[in-house]
Design a protein around this ligand. Structure first.
Ligand code: FMN
Length: 390
């Protein structure tokens, strides 16, 4: 079973990611992992921190001579800013005079709920862990999940569908999404140049006003065979697993599979994807004229592209802060401000890719098993033959 965890604080010494359950013999490309980390740091509307950090994955265990060895993988990502925080956020007792308090909770962030839950007098420790710096650790192990899926012919990528009120109307082809992946400069990761410029103008508006903005990304998984996930138990359904995985990302407040949102307001005839049959193309000869289901029916992948959208709320740290209350005096004050992003939709999308890849890799390993890549691939190929002969 594929399992994963992360550890680390935003301004601590490092982040750590653990990934256990990948078969032995998977070739690991350090440059690919680092490029994924770079992609998470891009996008118009990011804060100053992205200029300090250039994440590099330091693989500590589970990979030897360039390949996985079946034992747990741990990866460390150094926090370059740690040198400026050693005194205020020490592991030892340190000097309380150097602590950097977060005196007034930000509406929309974890500050108040976390301080109440853990009985902290202010929110420093809360934001240190709740912050989306953590998502970098997920991207590092997500890159390994993507590498594994690639061996099965599955690719997972994102594109940005909306920033604020500017929305891509047309469906974006897999080829267009692939070209976005190869860009050397990432603006907002939207496949349509003019729409992307309008999106940039939306970000410029909130930058001028000291405000923030959300949006929507879409993760597309291409080449997924039918049969991942199951309707047999509620917690094994692929749609449920993907929804939880994407919803677990900081600031994602809604998840949509396929055309799930508009489907609720449409008649069945306009929603369901009619079935045809021809000569086998990918896995079977069954065809669909469209893909409103987003590649999943009954909690099982159906062989079409999997399409999952993550809806992000606007960032809660505002240069023109909202009203809050001082933790100590309980007097009304402005919410705390700490260097912050203004728009993170492209970056969140890269983390969304990682979460979708980890989920699909887990489901693929549940189905095909295998302790070595040779064994997993034999099982997978046997299943492909079964599908072809169906
Ligand atoms: C890539 C990424 C970067 C983020 N950067 C910031 C940030 O700079 N400032 C901020 O207030 N929130 C930021 N957020 C959102 C917060 O982490 C998130 O709103 C907060 O942890 C509360 O969790 P919730 O929104 O899921 O309820 C970011 C989210 C993502 C996905």
């Amino acid at each position: 079973m594929l399992r994963y965890f992360t550890a680390g604080e935003s301004h601590g010494e490092a982040l750590i990611a653990f990934l256990s359950g990948l078969p032995a013999g998977l070739k690991v490309d350090q440059a690919f992992v680092d490029r994924e980390l770079w992609r998470r740091q891009q996008g118009y509307g990011r804060g100053g921190r992205m200029k300090i950090e250039r994440d590099k994955a330091h693989i500590l265990s589970g990979v030897r001579h360039g390949k996985t060895i079946g034992s747990p993988i741990s990866i460390q990502l150094e926090n370059k800013d740690w040198k400026n925080w050693q005194e205020s956020l020490p592991v030892g007792e340190g000097d309380p005079a150097h602590h950097k308090r977060v005196a007034s909770p930000r509406p929309g962030h974890a500050d108040l709920a976390g301080a109440l839950k853990y009985n902290f007098p202010e929110a420093r420790y809360v934001l240190e862990r709740a912050s989306a710096r953590e998502s970098a650790a997920r991207v590092a192990i997500g890159a390994l999940a993507k590498t594994f899926l690639c061996e099965l012919g599955i690719d997972v990528l994102i594109h940005v569908v909306a920033i604020g009120n500017v929305t891509m109307q047309q469906e974006v082809s897999w080829d267009a999404i692939q070209s976005l992946f190869h860009q050397e400069e990432i603006l907002l990761n939207c496949a349509h140049r003019e729409t992307e410029q309008q999106m940039k103008e939306e970000v410029d508006k909130v930058l001028r006003n000291g405000d923030s903005i959300g949006g929507v990304f879409e993760v597309v998984a291409h080449g997924v065979p039918p049969g991942l996930g199951t309707y047999a138990q509620w917690d094994e359904r692929l749609d449920a697993l993907l929804a939880a995985a994407v919803m677990s990302l900081q600031a994602v407040k809604a998840v949509e599979i396929g055309s799930g949102v508009s489907a609720a307001a449409s008649p069945g005839s306009a929603v369901h994807d009619e079935i045809g049959y021809g000569s086998p193309v990918n896995f079977t000869g069954f065809t669909r004229a469209r893909n409103n289901a987003g590649g999943i029916e009954g909690g099982v992948s159906n062989g079409e592209e999997i399409r999952v959208r993550g809806y992000l709320k606007p960032i809660s740290t505002l240069r023109r802060p909202l009203q809050s209350v001082d933790f100590s005096t309980r007097e009304p004050v402005s919410a705390a401000y700490e260097r912050s992003d203004v728009c993170v939709v492209p970056a969140a999308g890269v983390a969304g890719e990682a979460m979708v890849a980890l989920t699909l890799a887990r489901c693929a390993l549940d189905k095909f098993g295998g302790d070595s890549m040779g064994e997993t691939l034999r099982n997978f190929q046997g299943y492909c033959v079964q599908l072809k002969n169906y």
